[in-house]
Design a protein around this ligand. Sequence first.
Ligand code: BES
Ligand code: MN
Ligand code: ZN
Length: 497
Amino acid sequence: MDYSLKSADPAKIECDCIVTFAYKNELSNDAKKLDKQLSGLLSDLLTNSGLSSKSAGMAMLYNTDQICAKQVMLVQLGEKAELTAAKFNSKLTGLINQLKDKPIKSALVCLAGVKPKGIDLMGFFQAATRVCENTQYHYDTTKKSKKEKSALEEIILHTGQSKFLMPARRAVKLGLAISHGESLCKELGNLPANICTPSYLAEQAEKLGREQNLNVNILDEEQMAELGMGSLLSVSKGSDEPAKLIIMEYNGSKNKNAQPVVLVGKGLTFDSGGISIKPAAKMDEMKYDMCGGASVFGAMRAVAEMELPINVVGVVPSSENLINGKANKPGDVVTSMSKQTIEVLNTDAEGRLILCDALTYIERYNPAIVIDIATLTGAVIIALGDKATGLMSNDQKLANNISKAGNQCDDRVWQLPIWDDYQSQLNSNFADIANVGGRAAGTITAACFLSRFTSDYRWAHLDIAGTAWVGGAKKGASGRPVPLLCQLLINHNQKPL
Ligand code: BES
Ligand code: MN
Ligand code: ZN
């Protein structure tokens, strides 16, 4: 989709359709102006189409001879005082999808006048662009029948005043980049595990590196063995697919030595549970167990496209968790790269086993901050459902910044404590630490496990098991938390987190 910005009188802009907005019983200011130029047809539409009572209402006006556009779509936003950025974004998604069903090539959206409270104008433009572009993603890679392309080619965003044209250009660029990152994250997540293997992810990283000018390095099992990654390799031993440690470096800062932000994503391409096998119901959804890794791919793609002048490193430990004669057995003791030994009491707690070695590996970058992203525990779904990502951190300032970024882009997190009091649940009689801490506080004890490997830097952990994909009829990857990670990097560039 092409995006452009205009500030001229909407009535004088040539396009197939103008989209303008109304509140509960009142046209927005932009719509009022158009209404005058259309001799009151829009106010008629508002009162007579039932639009004012329906909060999801959209109505189309075709007799628009007095203006340049061929038609006008009036969209009801509900009560003005109750309009939030999230509500607006879902309206925008709905209306763009409507437009895409029609023979409309270009649409002018009168955005500027309907900015919800609590968001700045450029943040609003960034989000709007992202939301429009997100309607473009559709999974059909493994289907014979592909979706027909819609006629809609150009979205023109109206900035109100001409002084906003320049900053809005940047906002559109950011919004587009984030959306492209989300799409990459969704696509990798949605691909089945027989295609999306650790080797496939490694190839995709090489490809991304070529396209976006990232330094990409892939460690194979031999190299990981040399580094002493006995914990990570204990998981991949049980599978025919070799593990990969994927490393992507983006050097946007003029200062080569500027401390990077390091993102570490769980790239478990299929989680059967291993010998501690999972129940059959919904086991297909364990192809999504690499969504943390996919979100790192998405964020790396976006940060390169945004051209942020910062350094970012993305690391994705990738493996399958399957069962063969060499697979981990409950009670096995493995040695991590940090030299701490781990008793594998449950082979289904494999995410932390591959993450801990990656978290030790990245110490070499002297990171400014480290964020790991993982579909780590079913327990976080019980705690927070599919609305909030679980956040845990050893640094409260970092945690606060992450919460703030999540609120800014409506990709929200909720913090859980990782007090020392929980650590004793991980005691083992046979190793330095056990890989599970019992049923109580499962999300927290998983983070406590990771915290044993992250004490040397500022670190936060995002448990996305509830938010990375949706199940049911609309089953599919959500692209979360790519918007959050991108917003964090944007904020970090403005003021170090
Ligand atoms: N990948 C799963 C977590 C998960 C479960 C994500 C369901 C999304 C939906 C993870 O590897 C896992 O199996 N965790 C176990 C940990 C337990 C054995 C301590 C869990 O949550 O049951
Ligand atoms: Mn598991
Ligand atoms: Zn898992």
